[in-house]
Design a protein around this ligand. Structure first.
Ligand SMILES: NC(=O)c1ccc[n+]([C@@H]2O[C@H](COP(=O)([O-])OP(=O)(O)OC[C@H]3O[C@@H](n4cnc5c(N)ncnc54)[C@H](OP(=O)(O)O)[C@@H]3O)[C@@H](O)[C@H]2O)c1
Length: 243
């Protein structure tokens, strides 16, 4: 059976994806910082689904380690899902470059660094699927979230270009724009329940997108239309809003 590599496997979304893909019979490679934390999930997946599940040390911002990390994996994955990300207070990040650069590196630079390596390997093998968890926050910059949003915008554009390049090598690339999701990342936020997905809905969307070779997916369908409206608000009106 094919092998799925989850980058950022301690994330709530990644845990749901690991279980969903394991239930379909895929072998699983979990990768995260402080990978000892993955042991309980690794053990549970192995026993519950009877697939091969391994745990690996991976830091998205330790760019120099990415090549050796990827080439240490045996077997090489057939599907790579890039889940890691980081969001903190925008105003605080405007005053503190360490915070701003952490958001940029965790959501954009780290993803480019590892997916460049994965992309080259998949292109050579002429097969594989790459999934990136980006965000609707990247569709249009808002005053409350534009450092995170701009990093995700960069990631969305990267995935678009990668899909275009990889199409000609038989490699498929999926961009996921989840909308609000109930996870650790959004724990302190007052999210509208109707607009908020759970992690199982994200996992099911990702599994279907891989199976059906979809290109750009939203978890709750109406987010596509919400973002179409937001994108089309004239700039003269948009800049006056408190968003
Ligand atoms: N929740 C939402 O509403 C929402 C909406 C749209 C998009 N997203 C995106 O969805 C993805 C998953 O987020 P989530 O909501 O599931 O939140 P989460 O549970 O907080 O997951 C974020 C994960 O990213 C990992 N991470 C951060 N920096 C890392 C680094 N340098 N190296 C390796 N891993 C790192 C964290 O690992 P540690 O455990 O080591 O900190 C954590 O597991 C993120 O890319 C996020 O931006 C979330």
């Amino acid at each position: 059976m094919a092998t799925v590599l989850l980058l950022g496997a301690t994330s709530d979304m990644a845990v749901a994806m690991a279980r969903t893909m394991a239930a379909k019979g895929y072998d699983i490679q979990l990768a995260a910082r402080n990978s000892d934390r993955l042991k309980p999930l690794q053990g549970d997946i192995t026993v519950r689904y009877g697939v091969n599940c391994t745990a690996h040390e991976f830091d998205a911002t330790a760019f120099a380690t990415h090549h050796d990390f990827y080439y240490s994996l045996t077997p090489k994955p057939d599907i790579v899902i890039c889940v890691f990300g980081y969001m903190s207070d925008n105003d605080a990040a405007c005053k503190n470059w360490d915070e701003a650069s952490k958001m940029i590196n965790s959501n954009y630079t780290g993803a480019v660094s590892i997916l460049n390596i994965v992309g080259e390997d998949f292109a050579e093998r002429k097969s594989g699927t790459i999934v990136g968890i980006s965000s609707v926050a990247g569709v249009r910059g808002r005053q409350s979230n534009y450092i995170y949003g701009s990093a995700k915008a960069g990631f969305t554009a990267y995935l678009s270009g990668l899909r275009n390049k990889m199409y000609h090598c038989g490699v498929h690339v999926v961009s996921v724009l989840p909308g609000f999701v109930d996870t650790k990342m959004t724990a302190g936020l007052n999210l509208p329940p109707l607009l908020t997905a759970n992690t199982q809905q994200v996992a099911d969307t990702v599994e279907k997108a891989i199976r059906k070779k979809q290109n750009i997916v939203y978890v709750k369908w109406f987010w596509k239309w919400i973002m179409t409206i937001i994108k089309n608000i004239p700039e003269n009106v948009f800049k006056k809003k408190k968003l």
